[in-house]
Write a protein of this length. Structure first.
Length: 277
């Protein structure tokens, strides 16, 4: 087995620090599992999506970009998310749909992306050329990708170019049938990916994520602080205003006077003034 630490997940930083794809995939998978536990989602799905989401970065077409290559404006952009779909057959088919949600849109919308780089956008403009472009040299670099996945705990037989086309076609049809809306699995992956990218190597306190903090210390009451005596356990919805100094937060009650009684507006104003002081 081989981790292939020369295969990078990100561009080398100015201080010379680099993150291997193996390290990044493991980190995202661990964070996705923690998020899934909190949200009562299937942790196996979360882990598989985390391990597969960037495996397409093994392609030399992506690695050369990390080392300074800049494609021509006329050249089809290489989307590593699309190449990652080629490896769906390393997992059981029952996991495919949620894992596709995690993979294909964690950077770009599937359709009507602002730069028209989503899967369905590219399919519309380039049709079969999308697969042809993203699978260049697949027979050579796919073995490296499988080595990395095996190091991550996913064992599989070799993936052929025919296998890659089958799963790409499946994902394409799946996305075409999806209705407009949000995906909780996409959210899990994006959150985990952002966390892992922002804090590489700092995962010692991962199990404390999503823990409910003990803020009972701040429940103290005293007549010197009248606002502390006001009950805050009402089910009525609140409006929180956050804006820079001088932007007009204190004047907001004047607007509410058009719709509510004066006493309510004065109470809101007191809260805002208290916040400012």
């Amino acid at each position: 087995m081989n981790r292939h630490d020369d295969i990078l997940a990100k561009s080398i930083k100015k201080d010379g620090i680099s993150v291997s794809l193996f390290i990044h995939l493991c980190a995202v998978a661990d964070l996705a599992v923690r998020a899934a536990e909190y949200a009562n989602l299937d942790v196996t799905t979360a882990k598989l999506g985390g391990l597969l989401h960037d495996i397409g970065k093994v392609s030399p077409l992506f690695q050369r970009v990390l080392h300074g290559y800049r494609p021509s404006p006329l050249e089809m952009r290489f989307r590593h998310e699309i190449a990652s779909l080629f490896f769906l057959k390393v997992i059981e088919e029952r996991y495919w749909n949620p894992v596709i949600d995690m993979i294909i849109a964690h950077h770009k919308s599937v359709v009507k992306d602002v730069r028209e780089l989503g899967l369905l956008d590219l399919d519309y403009y380039y049709d079969h050329q999308v697969f042809t472009h993203h699978s260049k040299g697949f027979d050579e670099w796919s073995s490296t990708a499988l080595d990395i996945l095996e190091e991550c705990g996913i064992k599989s037989r070799p993936i052929t170019i025919e296998d890659a086309y089958d799963t790409y076609s499946y994902a394409l049809e799946y996305c075409k049938k999806r209705t407009h809306g949000w995906s909780i699995w996409k959210g899990v992956l994006i959150g985990a990916d952002h966390f892992a990218s922002a804090l590489p190597g700092e995962y010692s306190h991962i199990n404390t994520l999503f823990a409910i903090p003990d803020i009972s210390f701040y429940n103290r009451q005293h007549e010197l602080y009248p606002l502390s005596l006001i009950k805050s356990d009402k089910t009525k919805k609140h409006t929180f205003v956050k804006a820079p100094t001088g932007s007009g937060k204190t004047e907001i009650p004047s607007f509410f006077m058009l719709f509510a009684n004066i006493s309510s507006c004065l109470f809101i104003q007191q809260l805002l003034i208290f916040e400012k002081n």
